[in-house]
Design a binder for this molecule. Structure first.
Ligand code: HEC
Ligand code: HEC
Length: 315
């Protein structure tokens, strides 16, 4: 019953949003979305449920705030006991198109990822077993699991429900998407159009921020966080390969207006700061990507590029 209802709800969502601008990409994800639709409403409740944290105060929404593009406005975020996360909270928009997760790409699936914050001592600071026990002890939550999965709360079903919800957070229909879909140039201002041309040509941004989701889902060293020419370990801490030093995952650029500050360390406060960073050739270091070099651009071109980045947020 619930499954049938949720599938209908999803079908309606897909029908009502034929103009997302991401249709082809989402088409490939459709099977995933449909399989997960029945669990997403439970996942949403769990996403907002502080019973997943040791002190009963932190939920996923504490850091992934809907009003902030499912990120927050802090360089690093506050978890249990007022502790700070080590990296900036990324947006959860369009993660159904994600091929790997976390800034260093160390996690392969959403099912694996969504249990990690529960056990991270800086985020929710508990164990999955303890969280599942708290969920099972709450009659309403236990009944919701029963309805969705025909079984009481468990590690596996907790992961499936949370991941299913995250997959529903699709985001398109920005001024840029309206332009792409219809070819109607008036969807973008003159400045935004000029910024788009720069992004797609001399800026070289498109090489990594590839359409449709403005991410190639790959890892690159742009020099964010490098000090005195030495990159952060980043991906190399996972692979042990020095060539991966300073390499972080290319984030999507949709929803940027809501998700400041930027970069894995939240070090850049505004989109103008981001443009200035690339204009100067990123952060000099021993492993800088060959795709990042100083950009020959005027102040007007810099302003246009920032305007284009803003046109990737709905308005
Ligand atoms: C205290 C803040 C905090 C809380 C609470 C939190 N997160 Fe996160 N989340 C982060 C940070 C920071 C990262 C990036 C960590 C990294 O890359 O090392 C992240 C990464 C993610 C990612 C990976 C996104 C990507 O594009 O790679 C997903 C998915 C996610 N969180 C979902 C959740 C879910 C589901 C919950 C609740 C069970 C949750 N988060 C709770 C801060 C938080
Ligand atoms: C070599 C690949 C590459 C190129 C080229 C590139 N980027 Fe990035 N971009 C990344 C990576 C990787 C990150 C994350 C870096 C980090 O946090 O350490 C990023 C981060 C960003 C962010 C921050 C997003 C967020 O949510 O924090 C913005 C905005 C951005 N880039 C815009 C641009 C623009 C504009 C250009 C062209 C001038 C550009 N990028 C060129 C790979 C690239």
């Amino acid at each position: 019953m619930i499954r049938a209802f949720a599938l209908t709800a999803l079908a309606i969502t897909l029908v009502q949003e034929p103009e997302l601008g991401l249709e082809t990409a989402l088409e490939t994800a459709r099977a995933d979305l449909e399989e997960n639709a029945a669990w997403a409403p439970l996942g949403e409740q769990l996403f907002e449920n502080p019973a997943l944290s040791s002190d009963g105060k932190i939920s996923c929404t504490s850091c992934h705030d809907r009003e902030r593009g499912f990120a927050d406005s802090e360089p690093t975020s506050v978890g249990v006991g007022g502790q700070r996360t080590l990296r900036n909270t990324p947006t959860l928009l369009n993660r159904v198109l994600g091929e790997r997760f976390m800034w260093d790409g160390r996690v392969a699936t959403l099912e694996e990822q969504v249990l990690m914050p529960i056990e991270n001592e800086r985020e929710m600071g508990t164990t999955v077993e303890a969280a599942v026990a708290r969920l099972a002890a709450d009659a309403k939550t236990a009944a919701a699991f029963q309805a969705a999965f025909g079984a009481p709360p468990s590690r596996e079903h907790l992961a499936r429900a949370l991941a299913a919800f995250v997959r529903t957070l699709t985001y398109g229909d920005t001024p840029f998407d309206r332009f792409r879909r219809t070819g109607d140039i008036s969807a973008l201002t003159k400045e935004e159009r000029a910024g788009m041309w720069f992004f797609e040509s001399r800026g070289g941004c498109w090489r990594c921020h590839t359409e449709p989701n403005f991410s190639d889902e790959d890892l690159h060293n742009t020099g964010v966080g490098a000090k005195d020419g030495v990159p952060e370990p980043a991906r190399a801490a996972i692979t042990g390969d020095a060539a991966d030093s300073g390499r972080f995952k290319t984030p999507t650029l949709r929803g940027l207006v809501d998700t400041a500050p930027y970069m894995h360390d939240g070090s850049l406060a505004t989109l103008e700061d981001v443009v200035a960073f690339y204009r100067e050739g990123g952060g000099k270091n021993s492993h800088l990507s060959p795709r990042v070099a100083p950009l020959d651009m005027t102040d007007a071109e810099a302003a246009n590029l920032a305007a284009f980045l803003r046109a990737l947020t709905r308005r």
